[in-house]
Design a protein around this ligand. Structure first.
Ligand code: PDD
Length: 279
C-alpha cells in the first residue's frame, strides 16, 4: 500500500512529499513538532498535544497554522488513508520558506507536515532489562519548546547504543532533568518524584497522565528537582513518553537499581496507562 503523507493541506504519496531547500527548519531548526498516538480510532490526548503545539509555536513567535478542529480532522483523515490499526503521527510545523536571513521573516506561509508510522503498543511484560547512562544536559534553556533541534538527543541516543545502553539520562547542575526523548520519574519510599515543568524539561503529556493515574492509585507525587545521588539510590526509576508509555530503567551507569527487577509502582502505572489508552 502506498504511504500517504500530509503536506500543507494536501494528502500526497509519501515519495512525492518534498519541501523547499530554503525552509527555515533546515537553516535554523525554526520549527516545532508533536508525536501523537492514534489508537482505538482516536487521537490519544489529542487536545493536550495540540495545546502543547500551540505553546511551542507561541514561544517562538509563531501561530497555529490550523485550528485544533482542523488539525484533528487532518490527522484523522491521514490515519484513515493509511489504513493502519494503530499509528504514531508525527506533526511538524516550520516558520516557512525564505532566503536565508538571520532576521525573522514576517507573514510567510508556514510549512505543515504530518506523517504516520505503524505503532505497536508496548508489551505488558516489562522484564526486559533496560540500561541507561548519565550525561550532562547540554541542550539549550528552552527545553519546554518541542523544537526539532534534536541533535543532542540523537547524539546521546547513539552514544547510549554504542555503549550497550538503551538511553541517556541527563543532568544539569547536579539535578536530573529528563531522558533524551522522555521524562523521568524516581520512586523513593513509595513516593513518585519528577522534575517540575519549567524551561529545563519538556512538559510530557504522558508525564501529566501518569501523575493523574498515580493520584487515582493513591501514590503520592512530588514535582521537585532531584539529584544524581537520589536517582542512583532510588527504589524504582522509569521514563515516560507517548511512544514508550512507562519504561522501567533497571541499570544506570552499570549500577543495578534496587533488585534489578521492574518495581511494583512502575508496573501498576504501566497497567493503568494501558487501561487509560484503551478506553
Ligand atoms: N518525545 N522529553 C523529551 C525531550 C521528549 O522528546 C519527549 C517526547 C518527552 C515525553 O513527552 P510526551 O509524553 O508528550 O511524549 C519528554 C517524542 C515521543 C519523540 O520525540 O519521539
Amino acid at each position: 500500500m502506498t504511504k500517504i503523507t500530509f503536506l500543507n493541506g494536501q494528502f500526497i504519496e509519501h515519495e512525492n512529499a518534498k519541501i523547499h531547500i530554503e525552509d527555515r527548519s533546515i537553516q535554523f531548526a525554526d520549527s516545532v513538532y508533536e508525536v501523537v498516538l492514534f489508537h482505538k480510532n482516536k487521537l490519544a490526548d489529542g487536545l493536550q498535544h495540540w495545546q502543547r503545539l500551540e505553546n511551542s509555536l507561541a514561544k517562538l513567535g509563531m501561530k497555529m497554522p490550523y485550528s485544533v478542529a482542523e488539525f484533528d480532522d487532518y490527522a484523522k483523515q491521514l490515519f484513515n488513508l493509511n489504513k493502519l490499526e494503530t499509528a504514531s503521527i508525527y506533526i511538524q510545523v516550520t516558520r516557512g520558506v525564505c532566503p536565508r536571513n538571520q532576521l525573522i521573516p514576517q507573514d510567510i506561509p508556514q510549512t505543515v507536515i504530518m506523517t504516520v508510522s505503524p505503532f505497536k503498543v508496548p508489551s505488558t511484560d516489562l522484564n526486559k532489562t533496560t540500561k541507561a547512562m548519565l550525561e550532562p544536559d547540554i541542550r539549550w534553556h528552552m527545553c519546554d519548546v518541542k523544537s526539532t533541534g534534536l541533535l543532542i538527543g540523537s547524539l546521546y541516543k547513539q552514544k547510549a547504543a554504542d555503549n550497550g545502553c538503551d538511553d541517556v539520562i541527563m543532568h544539569r547542575d547536579g539535578n536530573i532533568t529528563e531522558c533524551c526523548f522522555s521524562n523521568i520519574f524516581i520512586v523513593k519510599n513509595s513516593q513518585l518524584i519528577t522534575h517540575p515543568t519549567d524551561n529545563l524539561i519538556l512538559a510530557g503529556i504522558t508525564r501529566a497522565t501518569i501523575i493523574e493515574l498515580a493520584k487515582k492509585l493513591n501514590i503520592s507525587t512530588v514535582e521537585r528537582k532531584f539529584s544524581i545521588a537520589e536517582l542512583l539510590n532510588a527504589d524504582e526509576v522509569f521514563s515516560t513518553s507517548t511512544t514508550t508509555f512507562v519504561r522501567p530503567i533497571h541499570i544506570i551507569n552499570n549500577k543495578i537499581m534496587a533488585d534489578g527487577k521492574t518495581g511494583n509502582i512502575a508496573q501498576s502505572l504501566f497497567n493503568s496507562y494501558i487501561n487509560y489508552i484503551n478506553q
